[in-house]
Design a binder for this molecule. Structure first.
Ligand SMILES: [Zn+2]
Length: 400
């Protein structure tokens, strides 16, 4: 037995310590707390004193560790008969009803969740990760419940793939504040429609432009639900689409190449997709060698660089001219994937030209996309889409 009296750590006015045991060998502290009968029990829902006690119950919860000993508290509590709420659990101050940990441990867990993954927090405290997730999720649900998104003028819509499951999420961002306003499962017309349905008329009318991918279901949803908003295809998404073309061409060329050519191209995927300014010094000669050896790859590489220029134009007329010129070069390449892309680009030209009036810059979307990728790496618990959505919202919440 330890000589330390831990009553000082239980200064809650509705419970008192009835028993405390330290099991030194197991490094476990067991405490029993019971209602302090000098005080009337209080309903946990409405916080009013209740006169009648319905029954006594007990359950064991984890508390903060005492030194390196895990602390378990057996809480004896009452179900009271509240005039307003019926038969409900009393508020012990120490524990939230239904939680497996004390309030102070829950707060500590929430603090850790800001910097660590669920798995890390659970490992650190010797808790089940599902318990940690439940606490975090409950906190986030509270935080975002009934949240007012105001009247955003510019939106960005993006999709996130959850690769393992071939599932997608649609993320709607307030362009100006960078705040994630909404996350929904799927990337269908109905998905985005659901977001618009959550807005009132005034909010829908306040939206001037929406940046997004050249993705027909989203386009249809905007046209139908928010006809006043202009659709903008931003550089990030369009160049991303063209990157897939580069990849296809590279694969085809790889298959056609001889041994030497294959060796040269091996692992060059990211080299070709990388932004020119981000190339490391040693990558430059390698890229040059690949481009010198292969005409088709050179062509797509130049076209990619050129394509980005489209978003530099301020006047719709000039942008249109450049777009036509680019498509003309693409057709001359005679590379079928590139030609197909040019046709797509023409079909969606209106959204690219809209960029002149609504220059929703690409860097913000790219930043959001990258941040979500980082969150995704802490994948624990994210098969719960609702929880994952809350974590995303939280990461982009405007703190003030
Ligand atoms: Zn009540």
């Amino acid at each position: 037995m330890s000589g330390i009296n831990i009553k000082a750590f239980f200064k809650f006015c509705r419970v008192k310590v009835a028993k405390q045991v330290v099991e030194t060998a197991e490094k476990v502290v067991k405490v029993t707390v019971v209602p302090d009968k000098r005080y009337k029990p209080v309903c946990h829902k409405c916080n009013r004193a209740a006169d009648k006690i319905h029954s006594y119950r007990e359950r064991t919860v984890r508390d903060l560790n005492i030194f390196d000993a895990k602390t378990f508290i057996r809480v004896v509590y009452r179900v009271v008969r509240c005039n307003r709420c019926g038969d409900v659990v009393e508020d012990t101050e120490l524990v939230h009803p239904y939680m497996r940990v004390t309030k102070r441990l829950a707060n500590y867990i929430l603090e850790l969740c800001r910097f660590m993954s669920l798995k890390e927090v659970a490992g650190h405290l010797g808790l089940d990760w599902k318990t940690v997730k439940e606490i975090h999720k409950r906190h986030l649900l509270d935080k975002f419940y009934g949240e007012d998104i105001g009247k955003p003028r510019f939106l960005a819509v993006d999709e996130i793939s959850l690769k393992k499951r071939h599932r997608y999420l649609t993320v709607v961002v307030d362009w100006e504040s960078g705040r994630v306003l909404w996350v929904g499962e799927g990337r269908r017309y109905e998905t985005l429609k659901e977001f618009f349905a959550s807005l009132n008329d005034e909010q829908r009318q306040s939206i001037e432009a929406i940046a997004m991918d050249m993705w027909d279901p989203y386009i249809k949803a905007v046209r139908e639900c928010c006809p006043g908003a202009r659709i903008v295809f931003d550089q990030f998404h369009v160049v991303q689409a063209f990157s897939k073309v580069i990849d296809k061409v590279r694969n085809e060329e790889y298959r056609k190449a001889d041994e030497e050519g294959k060796e040269l191209m091996k692992g060059s995927k990211y080299l070709l997709l990388k932004n020119k300014d981000n190339l490391r010094e040693e990558e430059v000669p390698r890229l040059r060698a690949i481009l010198e050896a292969n005409k088709a790859i050179t062509t797509v590489y130049i076209l990619k660089d050129y394509l980005k220029k489209l978003w530099h134009y301020k006047y719709p007329g000039s942008a249109r001219k450049f777009l036509d010129y680019w498509c003309c070069l693409a057709m001359q390449s005679k590379i079928r994937h590139v030609m197909a892309f040019a046709k797509t680009l023409k079909r969606y030209a209106y959204g690219i030209i809209n960029h002149c009036k609504y220059p929703l810059h690409t860097s913000r979307l790219e930043g959001i996309n990258n941040k979500i990728k980082v969150i995704k790496r802490r994948a624990y618990g994210f098969h719960d889409i609702e929880y994952f959505s809350l974590v995303i919202k939280n990461a982009f919440a405007v703190t003030n």
